[in-house]
Design a protein around this ligand. Structure first.
Ligand SMILES: [Zn+2]
Length: 84
């Protein structure tokens, strides 16, 4: 890694725009990194596994795609999923 973060590389690839709504980040709605494969499911913070979304789209996605299933209750001590 030569001084450039993965985040920078992802933003550059995606043109500094949300890949869902196409908006550029603002103070109220900054751009975030979404993990395509959740970190808790083995996803890495790599260019391939990250996509640029704005905060609003990100929130909406996680609201409509809850990670934890209601059927199974996980054992205690597992990291919470779905914040990225
Ligand atoms: Zn968006």
């Amino acid at each position: 890694m030569a001084g450039r973060s993965v985040r920078e590389a992802v933003l550059e690839r995606d043109g500094h725009k949300c890949q869902i709504c196409g908006r550029e980040g603002t103070k109220r709605n900054p751009l975030t990194m979404h993990h395509i494969i959740y970190r808790c499911q083995g996803g890495r913070s790599t260019l391939d596994n990250l996509v640029t979304w704005c905060t609003e789209c990100h929130r909406e996605f996680h609201r409509t795609h809850p990670v934890s299933s209601k059927k199974k209750k996980r054992k205690k001590g597992r990291r919470k999923c779905g914040r990225g």
